[in-house]
Design a protein around this ligand. Structure first.
Ligand code: HPA
Ligand code: ZN
Length: 379
């Protein structure tokens, strides 16, 4: 269930901090004025500005783009029962108190994916959706163990995703990279086995990552698998500091040699870490609507994005699992812009960061940064 009003979870108005509420109303009013075409004659509203700006997405789980309508369609054609009677009933179950409650539903949803066509349809649906939002580059996580553990071959999963990505490039002009995540609640042996399965598809996979239940599953658990992955030529990224402590972020940096931290909200708990991230411009892939839906933050007005930008961190905006968290890339930009009263300049910086922090070549990055600067000057 989507919370369009950015108050804390389950808070009644009675329990709300009134100052925050008034502040929220004021910043919403300011946002409305900002976005109004009437007050800004000939200037693009913030919403339209966000819609039109070219963007990349760097933190997106393909299994998290599974919209209930498509889930029912694929379940029907594969003759797999779903525990919910209707799309609406399923959507009502999307009400999470933490990461684990979400993951339980997310893994169940993926159970209806059986064939190459299913993985193709899933990926293609995401690409067509974000094409409408001016997304021009995406770096996509997939979780092979979610599928291989129920008897679906690695080949089935990757063929479906890869061929949709090829079509995305050709027909929609969206470039992409694939990142294979290890499920951190499973053991090292399973991760090594998965890495072995990925080797024949090396040219289709740019990096390995780490996702699933964070607390109790530190990056150090996968130090040796990541070392082997790097030896095989993969780049590395890892979810860290979403629910877990800042110490997990240090481990991802020092033990897994990551090129980016996924989430990283808890960096704010550690001044030395904040300095390190700023100094090295190590990117964080933030996901505001995910944080709101999983109660990592109580309200978008509490989101650490602005504080991190002000501290000079290389931060990016992303949707994580858009089908479950009430919004794709533009909804993440728009809602956080509204909550934090972001300017066009700050949105432009975030769009530029999405390319700077990507796995694209320097030439490709420079081209996109130039395009974004031109867009800023014309809007
Ligand atoms: N965190 C960890 N694992 C995940 C997430 C997330 O936000 N989304 C899908 N797998
Ligand atoms: Zn994620």
């Amino acid at each position: 269930m989507c919370r369009w009003f950015d108050s804390g979870p389950g808070h009644s108005l009675k329990n709300l901090d009134y100052r925050k509420y008034i502040y929220g109303c004021m910043s919403y009013l300011k946002f409305l004025i900002h976005s109004s075409k009437i007050t800004h004659m000939n200037h693009t509203s913030i919403e339209n500005f966000i819609e039109g700006i070219p963007k990349a997405e760097l933190h997106l789980h393909i299994e998290g783009t599974f919209e209930p309508e498509l889930m029912f369609e694929i379940a029907n054609r594969n003759n797999i029962p779903i525990n919910y009677k209707s799309v609406d009933e399923l959507k009502k179950a999307y009400n999470f108190n933490n990461l684990q409650e979400f993951l339980d539903i997310y893994y169940t949803g993926a159970n209806v994916l059986l064939y190459v066509q299913d993985f193709y349809d899933l990926t293609w649906a995401y690409l067509t959706k974000v094409h409408e939002q001016n997304l021009v580059h995406t770096e996509i996580f997939f979780d092979p163990q979610t599928h291989t553990d129920r008897g679906i071959s690695f080949d089935t999963v990757i063929q479906g995703i890869h061929s949709a990505l090829e079509d995305g490039k050709e027909k929609l002009g969206i470039s992409s990279q694939l990142i294979m995540c290890f499920l951190r609640h499973l053991d090292e042996v399973s991760a090594f086995k998965t890495l072995g399965l990925a080797l024949p598809y090396k040219k289709w996979i740019a990096a390995v990552g780490l996702d699933s239940s964070e607390n109790g599953n530190p990056p150090s658990k996968f130090e040796r698998v990541f070392a082997k992955a790097r030896e095989e030529g993969f780049l590395t990224v890892a979810h860290a500091g979403e629910e877990g402590p800042a110490e997990y972020i240090w481990e991802a940096i020092n033990l897994l040699n990551v090129s980016r931290i996924d989430h990283g909200n808890r960096s704010l708990d550690d001044d030395r870490l904040m300095k390190h991230l700023a100094e090295h411009q190590l990117p964080l892939t933030l996901c505001p609507l995910s944080n709101l839906e999983l109660k990592v933050v109580n309200s978008l007005t509490d989101h650490p994005l602005l504080e991190m930008m002000e501290a000079g961190l290389m931060v990016t905006l992303n949707s994580d699992d858009p089908a479950y968290f009430c919004g794709y890339i533009n909804e993440n930009y728009t809602r956080v812009a509204k909550a934090l009263d972001l300017s066009k300049k700050q949105i432009t910086e975030l769009a530029k960061n999405s390319f700077k922090a990507s796995l694209l070549s320097q030439v490709e990055k420079d081209q996109m940064i130039q395009k974004i600067e031109n867009y800023y000057h014309n809007n």
